[in-house]
Design a protein around this ligand. Structure first.
Ligand code: BES
Ligand code: ZN
Ligand code: ZN
Length: 486
């Protein structure tokens, strides 16, 4: 889908579908107003009406999409409206689309352009790789979208360009999450990183099983031991460290399939476990988008990747693992495996002496109970960093909500016979997982995001989401790195 900017008015330009975003309590253009009952369409957020004008109006069809009151406009309303519009265009098999938001723009123009581009690209997203029985309207792709503006506008153009790059990062993350575990093993995930390094200016290094053994990555090796697909550790580096390019480490859980191991999951809980590499997908998507945007930072993406399976050599309940840091973990449940592979990766991150270690993982079912799909769980050791990330979450509508990491929670995971144990019981399950991770970051500012509920949705929570991988965290991180990391 090609998105261009053009000076013009929606009713004067030819298109298979013209999407006219309108504000509540404002008059519709005269040529349209007579064609619709005022009571049927009020322009409230996400409301739509499809009309077939005749005569003076040039486009074949006009889709009205509501934005609510002009002075209350939010970026996410634009993002949703654009998604609703492009989805309607797909249904109608409209190849050429115009989209118009006329009159004074109450938001910053760059942000508005970005939100519209994200809504278009993410709203059009589908995962069709495995469908062989597609109906024409299911696979139809809009070929061109012209965003019509009242005047030539470089800020909007900049926003659109950025939004499309960010959406490509989100799309990469969604594709990785949606790919089944059988087709995305740890070596496959490493190959995806190598391919990323060929597309953008990112240096990719992959450690294979032998190198993990030589290096002492005891956590990744233990969790991955029962799988026919060997574990990997993936390092993606963008930019170089310098006085004015802060180093940020992004860490993502890359569990390509989580059966639970010997502490096996019930059948129903296993159905979505191809998505247990969602944290790594966020890292892939963010690294790609940051490289495309050329942000002035040094970004290191670290992905421990393993498959949690069962065989005669599977790691056992009761086993004690020596991690890369030298700290020992008593395994009391093999299904709490994410924190074990992350222990190695978080320790590894310290060598970069980063300004921040920010980690994403589908870590606990408990966070689904705590927050549902409307917020990502956030825990960390640096309040200023978390405040900035919370703001980035509001700005992108990828909301995050903080849970405490008080000392009492750290007590819950102390072990009698090892340094730490990998479960702390049912209470505060997400927090004890976060407290576990905090043991491996040294003194570096650290934030953990638990995306178990937000990384994969069976029912979309936004118009620009589909059932399946959301790519959550990519837009959040790019926003943070663009606006706050300075
Ligand atoms: N990958 C799961 C967490 C998860 C659950 C992600 C549901 C997405 C949806 C994780 O490895 C896990 O199984 N965690 C256990 C921890 C428990 C054994 C302490 C859980 O949450 O049940
Ligand atoms: Zn698990
Ligand atoms: Zn898991």
């Amino acid at each position: 889908m090609d998105v261009t900017l053009k000076q013009g008015r929606i009713l004067d330009e030819a298109a298979d579908l013209a999407i006219l975003a309108t504000y509540a309590e404002e008059a519709l253009p005269e040529a349209i107003a007579g064609l619709i009952e005022a009571d049927d369409y009020k322009g409230t957020p996400k409301q739509t009406a499809l009309i077939y004008p005749r005569g003076a109006v040039v486009p074949r069809r006009v889709l009205l999409v509501g934005l609510g009151k002009r002075d209350e406009l939010k970026a996410n309303t634009l993002r949703q409206a654009a998604a609703i519009g492009v989805q309607q265009a797909q249904k109608l098999q409209a190849a050429s689309v115009t989209i118009g938001v006329h009159g004074p723009m109450p938001l910053d123009e760059t942000r508005a352009g970005q939100a519209i581009a994200e809504g278009l690209a993410l709203g059009a997203y589908r995962f069709l790789r495995y469908r062989t029985n597609l109906k024409p309207e299911e696979s139809f792709a809009v070929s061109s979208v012209a965003l019509l503006t009242d005047e030539a506008n470089a800020a909007t153009q900049a926003g659109v360009t950025q939004g499309l790059a960010i959406a490509r990062g989100v799309t990469l993350a969604r594709d990785l999450v949606n790919t089944p575990g059988g087709d995305l093993t740890p070596p496959d995930l490493a190959d995806a990183a190598v391919a990323l390094g060929q597309r953008v200016k990112v240096t990719v290094t992959v450690l294979d099983k032998t190198q993990l053994e030589e290096g002492g990555f005891g956590g990744i090796l233990a969790v991955g031991r029962a799988s026919k697909s060997e574990p990997r550790f993936i390092i993606m580096e963008y930019g170089t460290p310098s006085a004015d390019t802060p180093t940020i480490c992004l860490v993502g859980k890359g569990l390509t399939f989580d059966s639970g191991g010997l502490s096996i999951k019930p059948a129903d809980a296993m159905t979505t476990m191809k998505s247990d590499m969602g944290g790594s997908a966020t890292v892939f998507g963010t690294v790609q988008a940051v490289a495309e945007l050329g942000l002035p930072i040094h970004l290191v993406g670290l992905v421990p990747s393993a498959e949690n399976m069962i065989d005669g050599d599977a790691y056992r309940v009761g086993d004690i693992i020596k991690t890369l840091s030298g700290k020992t973990i008593e395994v009391l449940n093999t299904d709490a495996e994410g924190r074990i592979i992350l222990a190695d990766a978080l320790h590894y991150a310290q060598q970069y002496q980063p300004k921040a270690i920010i980690e994403f993982s589908t870590l606990t079912g408990a966070v689904i109970i705590a927050l549902g799909a409307y917020a990502t769980g956030m825990m960390g050791t640096d309040q200023a960093l978390m405040d900035a990330l919370r703001q980035a979450g509001e700005a992108t509508s990828e909301r995050v909500w903080q849970l405490p990491l008080w000392d009492e929670y750290k007590e819950m995971i102390k072990s009698e016979i090892a340094d730490i144990k990998n479960i702390g019981g049912r209470p505060a399950g997400s927090i004890t997982a976060g407290a576990f991770l905090a043991n491996f970051v040294g003194e570096y500012p650290f934030v953990h995001f638990d995306i178990a509920a937000t990384g994969f949705e069976e029912k979309p929570t936004q118009a620009y989401h589909m059932a399946g991988g959301t790519g959550v965290g990519v837009r959040l991180m790019v926003e943070y790195l663009q606006h706050y990391a300075k």
